[in-house]
Write a new protein. Structure first.
Length: 421
């Protein structure tokens, strides 16, 4: 009888352990294993939550953020106080648009570029040029042209709000690791909205001031552009130019096609000013074509060994505030190689810190960094500070209006004057 009781207890313990393991697996899969999370996106006006569910949904979000967001302590964020203040606000909300905007504000208050919540938006394909706190229509596509916009129109108001006031008002929704990146991406949100489908823009065109109405399209109606991730040109007999505008999958194939066309020139200008990142492994592999001796990758310290056909000339690397994430780790590696002269603006200040996606039981999907603060092999912070170029050069309004690239022309002057590394 005693033996049977003992066996029964053992079986009961095993059942409990299996149950706990099963629950743990569910929790792990649901919250922590990003590759298994199927991202849900909704328009804010169509959220699958009722107002009485907002507090419960946010409670899940704040718990996951506290357990997994790896940078709040180093940023001196009182995460409990922050979550409590937002929980109080969220308890008073009555619409999906209010809840969605409040979540965007909450994630922006985490003060890192890789923290955001997924919602669908109304938009166009266009982004303005942002120079000296001034916004211009930049190479408008057919859709903008049909709405009356011309290239280099200066935008002075949105829905009657002066542009500086509009920027100041909307900065609170932008996730960023540096003030410069926050300002830039506030500007880049000009032709999109999470809530509005029609906006009116006041523009200056010569001596005229015009009010132009623009219908923003649901993002479901805008096909994803399939563009090349690299491009090249020969500037003169001595100088090749290679733009790398993404670190997403496919960049290595495009690079392999373009690189041989520029690698034999004594000078190579590599342009990552329009590169917002992608896969850091691609950036690491690209570096192997541009370094001359083995060095550790700034993320994970994996050794990078130069390729047999690695470039042997002088490299000038153009950077901007838009340069972020995997593009930024690429810039760190290039700077620490000692093999490139950096020209342009400081980068975004965020290599990623292993961002991962989570989803609540109500379907709210969001992304946060999960790796602890770290530095590069030579001691540069991987988050929080933009990489400063050797020469800080900003695009000027006068050059822009004349169709001149201030930073590229500076790089060419460096070559002519022998100021390369």
């Amino acid at each position: 009888m005693k033996a049977l009781k003992l066996i029964g207890r053992i079986v009961a313990v095993i059942v409990i352990l299996i149950g706990l393991a099963f629950i743990g697996l569910i929790v792990y899969t649901k919250y922590f294993y990003s590759s298994e999370v199927e991202i849900e996106r909704h328009y804010m006006s169509e959220l699958p939550l009722s107002p009485d569910q907002y507090p419960e949904d946010f409670a899940e979000i704040s718990q996951i953020v506290k357990r997994n967001y790896s940078l709040y302590e180093s940023k001196h964020i009182d995460i409990d106080a922050l979550s409590a203040s937002y929980a109080e606000r969220i308890g008073k909300l009555s619409t999906g648009e209010e809840y969605g905007k409040t979540l965007w504000e909450y994630f922006a208050d985490l003060r890192v570029a890789h923290a955001y919540v997924y919602f669908k938006e109304y938009r166009t394909r266009a982004f303005p040029a942002y120079i000296d706190d001034t916004l211009f229509v930049d190479k408008p596509d057919t859709y903008l042209q049909r709405s009356g916009f011309n290239d280099k129109d200066r935008i002075i108001a949105v829905d009657g709000t002066p542009i500086k006031e509009w920027m100041d008002r909307n900065e609170k929704y932008i996730s960023a690791s540096t003030p410069e990146y926050k300002r830039l991406f506030t500007a880049r949100s000009l032709f999109k909205s999470f809530t509005d489908t029609v906006k009116t823009y006041t523009v200056c065109r010569g001596a005229d001031t015009l009010n132009l109405q623009l219908v923003l399209q649901p993002q479901d109606n805008i096909p994803v552009a399939d563009r090349r991730k690299t491009s090249w040109k020969i500037l003169n007999d001595s100088i090749g130019y290679l733009e790398i505008n993404s670190m997403m999958n496919g960049v290595m194939e495009d690079f392999a096609e373009d690189y041989p066309k520029v690698r034999h020139r004594p000078y190579l200008i590599v342009d990552v000013r329009r590169n917002g990142g992608g896969n850091s492994g691609n950036g690491r592999d690209l570096c192997r074509y541009l370094i001359r001796k083995e060095q550790p990758h700034c993320l994970g310290r994996h050794p990078m060994i130069p390729m047999e056909d690695a470039y042997q000339g002088k490299i000038l690397l153009l950077t901007s505030t838009f340069t972020c994430s995997a593009a930024e780790s690429f810039v760190i590696d290039m700077k620490e190689s000692g093999n490139a002269l950096l020209i342009g603006e400081p980068t975004a200040g965020d290599t990623g810190n292993n961002p991962r996606t989570f989803k609540t039981s109500h379907g709210t999907s969001f992304r946060i960094p999960t790796a602890r603060p770290d530095v590069s092999p030579k001691g540069f912070p991987l988050e929080g500070i933009g990489i400063e170029p050797n020469y800080i050069v900003k695009q000027t309004v006068s050059d822009y209006m004349e169709g001149r690239d201030t930073q590229l022309e500076f790089a060419l002057d460096c070559i002519r004057q022998g100021r390369c590394l």
